[in-house]
Structures are given as structure tokens and as C-alpha cells.
Design a binder for this molecule. Structure first.
Ligand code: AMP
Length: 233
């Protein structure tokens, strides 16, 4: 009797790479809403810990504000616990993880234990555009909407179009002096992570993130469709 191997296409794990401000958060929302899978953003998880005043939040608050990376062990544990949740069984999107070689290897270990099809996409944006985008970014602390005072301003200055909350917030690590550090950290730390996946035979799909948001989105959907279909509307 032959035993069938696990169905590799059952779950789709999407990794969305991109420098800070590349539009990962915006695109991640579109993808997760289309495919009805959770968005696992390590930045959001860490900001929630800081916001809640938990002991972990207190430990990492200064690291976050300085634009440095939280230690691998902490982040790997947060992600492993999150991926163990029921809502990840039909697929998930990772945003902001993995960011180091150590995290990439930890993720490979987790994925080896899960029957899933991995799709990796990098949204590419250069340094000058990164700075312009990040320093213009404003967030609604109530509903999570993302604006940019240059390219996507709210209808009324400083007021959320969706829920009317005001004022909009600026993330502590979006200050210009921190942005430069975050961009270089990304180049030095995360770009080598691609090699971990490439040497494991994975393809990194690249999308030009300087194109209009809808075009970037359409290209990402095209890649995901070509990589096999999960249920979507
Ligand atoms: P992000 O929202 O992805 O730009 O992340 C905001 C901040 O959270 C980063 O500057 C880091 O301080 C921390 N962070 C998020 N993801 C990670 C990660 N994978 N590894 C280490 N630190 C992270």
C-alpha cells in the first residue's frame, strides 16, 4: 500500500518582502482580504506588545523607537506561537518576517512541519522614495488606515476618512533620522535572507513598488494566481 504525501498546495504561505515604506502593509491588506488569510506582521505584533505595556513590550520599546531589530529568539517565538493558531491553517501572509538569516532558518523549520506552498514576493523601492514615503506616512490609531500626506492624503487634513478619528499618528520609528538606519538595516540584514530561500530552490518574485498602488496589486495577484489557486471570491 502506498501512503500519499501531504498535499503541498493545501496551505499557501506568502512572504512579502520590501524595504520599510515599500507599501508592504497596504498590499498585504489587499492580499489577505482577497484570499481570506491572516496578515502576520511582526511589526504590528511588537507594537501591540508595546501598546499593551506587557513586560515584553517594555523590554522592546526602546529598540523599536530606535529603529533597531528585536532579538531573533523573541521574534521567532512570537511568530511560531502565531502560526500555531487555527486561523493560519488555510494559509497566511508574513509581513516583516523573516528579517535575518536566523529568522529565515527558524521559519524554514516551521514550514517543514506544515504542508504548505511557499510564495515569496519582494516589493522594490529605492532609498529616496523610501524616505519620502515614510516621512509622509500617517496612521489611524483607531481603524488602522494608512495615509501619506504626499501621495494619499486624507480628505480632511489629519482626520481618518474611514472612521473620522483624529489626529492621525506618526510612528516613532518613521522620524527621518531613524528611516535611514532602517533602510540600511534592511539592505544589510534582510537582502542576504533571500539567499537562504534561493539556495533552498525558492523563487523570489520581484515587483516594482514605485508603480501606482493598483498596478503593484494587480501584479502581485497575477503572481499568486500563477503560483496555484487558493479559494478566493
Ligand atoms: P515594521 O512595521 O515591519 O517596519 O517593524 C517595526 C519595527 O518592529 C522594526 O523596526 C523592529 O524594531 C521591529 N520588528 C518588526 N519585525 C521584526 C523582525 N522580524 N525582527 C526584528 N525586529 C522586528
Amino acid at each position: 500500500m502506498t501512503i500519499s504525501p501531504p498535499v503541498k498546495e493545501a496551505v499557501r504561505a506568502i512572504i512579502l518582502f520590501g524595504s520599510p515604506g515599500a507599501g508592504k502593509g497596504t498590499q498585504a491588506r489587499k492580499i489577505t482580504s482577497r484570499y481570506r488569510i491572516p496578515q502576520i506582521s511582526t511589526g504590528d505584533i511588537i507594537r501591540e506588545e508595546v501598546g499593551s505595556g506587557s513586560s515584553l513590550g517594555k523590554k522592546v520599546e526602546a529598540i523599536l523607537a530606535a529603529g533597531r531589530l528585536v532579538d531573533d529568539e523573541t521574534v521567532n517565538q512570537l511568530v511560531e506561537a502565531r502560526l500555531d493558531s487555527k486561523d493560519c491553517r488555510k494559509g497566511f501572509l508574513l509581513d516583516g518576517y523573516p528579517r535575518t538569516i536566523c529568522q529565515a532558518r527558524a521559519l524554514q523549520g516551521i514550514l517543514d512541519r506544515m504542508p504548505c506552498r511557499l510564495v515569496i514576493i519582494e516589493v522594490q523601492v529605492g532609498y529616496n522614495e523610501t524616505v519620502r514615503r515614510i516621512t509622509g506616512r500617517r496612521l489611524c490609531a483607531q481603524c488602522g488606515a494608512i495615509y501619506n500626506i504626499y501621495s494619499h492624503p486624507p480628505k480632511v487634513a489629519d482626520v481618518c476618512d474611514g472612521c473620522g478619528h483624529r489626529p492621525l499618528s506618526i510612528r516613532s520609528d518613521d522620524r527621518p533620522e531613524v528611516v535611514k538606519k532602517r533602510f540600511h538595516l534592511y539592505q544589510e540584514g534582510t537582502v542576504p535572507v533571500y539567499e537562504v530561500f534561493r539556495s533552498a530552490g525558492e523563487k523570489i518574485h520581484q515587483v516594482d513598488g514605485t508603480q501606482p498602488e493598483q498596478v503593484v496589486c494587480a501584479q502581485i495577484f497575477e503572481i499568486l494566481e500563477a503560483e496555484g489557486s487558493n479559494d478566493h471570491p
